[in-house]
Design a protein around this ligand. Structure first.
Ligand code: ZN
Length: 286
């Protein structure tokens, strides 16, 4: 049936939000995901080590139930889950709380087992997630914030680490283009079709190192499958499979996989979305 020997699914966009209390459930989820052909899950973990609860929750969107550390320090838990996942998990370090020496800290995260970076462009209150801005929460200037983000991109490019970067092309298209121009070798995924397909399409045209994913787009795709099928077919080398699932929600990964299959893309394009593009983005080789 659908589960041919060649079918491989790689999810480039999951979140941790889990703790050791969910360990049993999560490990049994790994089994069902493998059975469904899932070979890698890129999972992002936050690393809040300094903001009090009242501040950190201003930097996290609502609607995701965090069952892990209430202060969002997920580094150790995520690495522990990765260690028992038999290679399934591909951990990404979330940089929204990063302060101080960027390169030193990222070097340490990589040494501990992180293989990629997650970021969000939270320059001001106009972000699409309706959460606080990093400059406001940390009391830094926009310039200092952008400098931090640029240091993160420079590190990622120099060390060939993939970056999942939540950013709205409609609002910040110029900054997005500047990132891609300054870091032409960086592999960067602006998820959720860059939030606005029209604005983001222009950027995809110009920058071959930009990827995107379908995470969180389930209701939109379901409402308008033909339009999304066309977009995916047009940018078939850039769109990656992603689900926005939390680590204790393997069923969401499977729902997204059914969503993609239900689009009836050509077998060639389906394999690009599920496997080839995620491999290129994550740097897994083919
Ligand atoms: Zn997400």
């Amino acid at each position: 049936m659908e589960k041919g020997p060649g079918l491989e699914i790689i999810d480039v966009h999951c979140h941790c939000f889990a703790g050791v209390a969910q360990a049993e459930q999560i490990v049994s989820g790994f089994v069902s995901l493998r059975q469904a052909g899932v070979r890698q899950l890129a999972v992002m973990g936050l690393a809040n080590s300094r903001l009090p609860r009242n501040d950190i929750i201003r930097l996290v969107p609502e609607g995701f139930e965090n069952r892990g550390d209430p202060l969002f320090y997920e580094v150790d838990t995520l690495l522990q889950f990765a260690a028992v996942s038999d290679g399934l998990l591909f951990p990404l370090i979330d940089t929204r709380c990063l302060a101080g020496e960027v390169a030193d800290q990222l070097t340490e995260y990589v040494a501990r087992g992180f293989r990629g970076i997650k970021g969000l462009y939270l320059a001001d209150e106009h972000n699409d997630l309706h959460i606080a801005s990093v400059p406001e929460v940390f009391g830094i200037s926009l310039k200092q914030y952008q400098q931090r983000e640029w240091e993160i991109f420079a590190f990622a490019e120099a060390h060939s680490l993939p970056v999942v970067y939540h950013m709205d092309a409609r609002q910040y298209g110029d900054v997005m283009s500047a990132i891609l121009e300054d870091f032409p070798r960086l592999r960067i995924n602006f998820p959720h079709f860059g939030i606005g397909r029209k604005a983001f399409g222009k950027i995809l045209e110009r920058h071959p190192n930009a990827f995107t994913d379908i995470a969180y787009m389930h209701p939109h795709i379901q409402q308008n499958p033909a339009s999304y099928r066309d977009f995916i077919a047009h940018y078939s080398d850039r769109v990656c499979f992603g689900s926005d699932a939390l680590l204790y929600q393997p069923e969401i990964v499977l729902e997204y996989s059914a969503l993609v299959k239900g689009l009836h893309l050509s077998a060639r394009i389906e394999s690009k979305v599920f496997s080839e593009n995620p491999r290129k983005f994550l740097g897994l080789g083919c």
